[in-house]
Design a protein. Structure first.
Length: 216
């Protein structure tokens, strides 16, 4: 797969990711929930940390996470460039594209959303307001997809530790970027042999080399 094809995949994912985030940010108030159908819902939350809401405490915790993401994206970008130059498996290149696009999508939130939007609490957010909610590199990641397959299920009383408690199965709330990263990692796990198959770069046959072979 050529690098321009990889760039197209990354651009398409980023476009969908950022459009969905801006749409939710400007049409939902924080915590607002809309049922699409069955167990599929839109629930607008903002994630201040990494995956699953992980945060690093302290004044510079958020800045550290953002810088870490940026360094990781540069490393993944180099991995993608190297894989395309060496004509690695399409499974591997597509997986790297998905991971790269997802990581970059969440970095955009962390870097610019703090100065791009105002607070979403109790009112719809607006573009480039006078009173933005944060600063550069201190933005919050927008999440919205919610798939609670079984919601508020009461566990049987006889179960140890969790008996009688209400639980929700698959209560993660995520965005397009998160889904892209998870899909890329999934490809690397489930198609490991195909992704990392040895694929030596084919030698280019020239007219002169053919003549030399015939003379021998």
């Amino acid at each position: 797969m050529k690098l321009r094809n990889s760039a197209f995949i990354i651009f398409l994912i980023l476009l969908i990711d950022q459009y969905s985030k801006v749409f939710v940010k400007t049409n939902f108030v924080l915590g607002e929930q809309v049922k699409v159908f069955g167990w599929f819902k839109f629930l607008f939350i903002e994630n201040e940390g990494m995956a699953w809401g992980t945060v690093i405490p302290g004044e510079y915790g958020k800045l550290f996470l953002t810088v870490f993401r940026i360094i990781a994206v540069f490393a993944i970008g180099y991995w993608l460039w190297d894989a395309t130059q060496k004509e690695k498996s399409k499974y591997l290149i597509v997986a790297i594209c998905l991971i790269f696009a997802g990581a970059l999508g969440n970095i955009i939130d962390s870097v610019i959303y703090g100065v791009m939007f105002d607070d979403s609490r109790n009112h719809l957010s607006t573009f480039f307001p006078k009173n933005n909610y944060g600063t550069w590199f201190h933005g919050k990641v927008v999440d919205m997809f919610y798939f609670p397959f079984i919601e508020d299920y009461r566990m049987p009383n006889w179960l140890p530790f969790i008996g009688g408690k209400e639980v929700t199965f698959f209560n993660a709330i995520f965005n397009v970027a998160d889904f892209s990263i998870s899909t890329g990692v999934g490809i690397l796990i489930f198609f490991n042999k195909k992704a990392f198959a040895h694929n030596p770069k084919p030698k280019h046959v020239t007219y002169s080399s053919v003549l030399d072979h015939e003379e021998d």
